[in-house]
Design a protein. Structure first.
Length: 95
């Protein structure tokens, strides 16, 4: 199978069940239901897969840069919290 054929298969699967994480509608549902933020790489790929005008692309890029910064900050904060919790003593389950 050629690379072109493989890319065509991937493109068809892109919006199907095989690669739902690139589907903005699915990501929005996950955010609304579970509070799950998409990883910046996946969000960037969603942006790149949309046809945007120059102004929309520039605005989305600025918003994405802000998202990327805050996502990284929250990852660091989450890691700090988890590190502190991992060294603590767990409560015993009440019977």
């Amino acid at each position: 199978m050629s690379l072109v054929e493989l890319c065509a298969i991937d493109e068809r699967q892109l919006w199907g069940k095989g690669m739902y994480h690139y589907n903005p509608t699915q990501a929005l549902e996950e955010l609304q239901e579970d509070g799950l933020l998409p990883h910046p790489v996946k969000l960037r790929d969603m942006i790149l897969r949309n046809q945007l005008g120059p102004q929309d692309a520039q605005l989305l890029n600025q918003e994405f840069q802000e998202y990327l910064t805050r996502f990284g900050e929250l990852q660091k904060l989450g890691q700090t919290i988890l590190e502190k919790l991992s060294t603590g003593k767990r409560k015993s389950l009440a019977s």
